[in-house]
Write a protein that binds this ligand. Sequence first.
Ligand code: PHE
Ligand code: CO
Length: 297
Amino acid sequence: MNAQPRRVENIATDRGVIPQYATGVVEQPWSSYTREDHAVWATLFERQRALLPGRACPAFLEAQRMLGFAADAIPRFDTLSRGLRRATGWTLVGVEGLLPEAVFFEHLASRRFPVTWWIRRADQLDYIAEPDLFHDLFGHVPLLMNPVFADYMQAYGRGGLRAQRQFGAEALLNLTRLYWYTVEFGLIREAQGLRIYGAGIVSSKGESVYALDSPAPNRIGFDLERVMRTRYRIDSYQKTYFVINGFDELFAATQQDFAPIYPRLAGTESIPAGAVLECDRVLHRGTREGWPEGADA
Ligand code: PHE
Ligand code: CO
């Protein structure tokens, strides 16, 4: 048996049963990881590390090296936190799983990154519906070593708290889309070509190839309000990837006050995940091959 998360309860909703986790910070129970847990880490780690040179952006690859990520064992949050704190002032905190938005924003605003302490089972290597330790650590933590990206993440947390207090559900949806299309599924244009920086891509074997190589999805230049209006799919690879020219550009675009943006967006239609608009800077127009009918919804 591998170490399992503590579920507080299962809540029935209109989207099915959703597990609800304790929202407090937990100590990483490092000595309770089984051989199977460490073996899952090693397998996923080696698989992605073989795939990512030439695909992940240099800042990501360089940060994994600096943090001393290795295949042999699940990293200790404490050790990683020491390196992060020295570089950019971020600290990792262990959590049971996905947090309520308010709690998540609080952590980010205080430069704390919540990491799920448990790792997926060996029969979930290719797909797991919720974030686990591999996704959070391997995917998200490296870029927290980058000073600009580190500041962006904190600004996002602060912006989330503010949106929650002053704006409401629709503003939060706009912010969630921004997070989705940057932090989770962002692409970046480097001197050598397109590269991945999104954690949801770098932690997925299938999508780290698909996002760059498949002709099917759109690749469109990042535009803040365009992204904030775009719906997304959680049950398939992305229909559209948004491409930034650098973390400076992303940070600069989000420095402006969103207060006038939220009400403006509230008056517009949301955009289907696979749509291409007149105003888009299209780097690649997706062929949509292999998409089921209506897949761009
Ligand atoms: N500038 C945003 C605001 O005024 C905050 C924010 C920064 C949101 C970075 C997302 C990312 O609310
Ligand atoms: Co994530």
